[in-house]
Design a protein around this ligand. Sequence first.
Ligand code: SF4
Length: 348
Amino acid sequence: MKNLLGNSVKELENLAINYGQAPFRGRQIYKWIYNYRNKNKNIDQIEVLPLDFRKKLKDDGFKVSELSFQDKNLANDGTLKLLLSTGDHESIECVGIPTEKRLTACLSSQVGCPMDCKFCATGKEGLKRSLKVSEILDQILFIENEMNRKVTNIVFMGMGEPLLNIDDLLLSIRSINEDLQISQRKITVSTVAIPKMIKKLSLKSFEILGNCQFTLAISLHASNQKTREMIIPSAKNYDIKNIIEDCKQFIRDTGRRVSFEYLMLTGVNDKLEHANELSNLLKGFQCHVNLIQYNQIDEVDFKRSSLKNLQLFQSRLSNNGITVSFRKSRGLDKNAACGQLRQNAGNK
Ligand code: SF4
């Protein structure tokens, strides 16, 4: 199925020309998709287009939406988790996280995930496939429609490893930026880190976007290689010191600060000796550490660190000269928090 969503204004103008229409018809489709963000996602609804043009587009299999609504869950803190179906009957989840000034969309980049991080519900189900640009963008439009406000920030922290879907990731960032008018600086790409892919990310960003202004967040979760391999089995292919070196190169290449996500797990990585080790690892490095409270899932034994341990850890990093903050989990009561997204509807 061909989709009009994800196309640039130029591409839609060319499409109109190919159908014997004036280029402004392409601009009308563009406006309808990106400016009006209509809830009724149907080519018939683009009433400014001549009927026969609409019919031809439909006959040729064009659509303006990719996903369909399956279920939603609203957490006590206003966080909304959406379960959406793809055209081939797979399910994905995405989350809208509101504050007074922002609406952050946490997007999935794959159906499932092959990385099998031990703390994560998504990884338990393996990878089905990567998502297309239109499927990534449609998650944003669904969140906006359900929450009745515009998305202001994007985090690729939902299901999947974004760097394993790098072309569609970057093409969707192009569209989020140019078509949905969300600045690249308000977009965060989170990765568990794959060998050679950090370099490739900056190279491909310059190729596809002309620059690289989004934030790169590395799911580090450990202060040494051994602990990291215990939490993230795929880490055995990529030494933690090499990750740090590649991140330093990313900063030299792009001028963008890197942030490190650090999930606090009782007795595993949350002692003061780990804080010191992490400080040494990141010493002299322009970066930011984000401490995250672990969100319990049924299948694993990890326990969330106490608030006291978290505060001690945070102070130690700060005293060691590391910029650090603590990210509170949102949407916990509806399993909409970090590491809790799944493909099946039964886990609410
Ligand atoms: S944490 Fe991210 S990379 Fe790891 S299994 Fe879950 S979705 Fe995949």
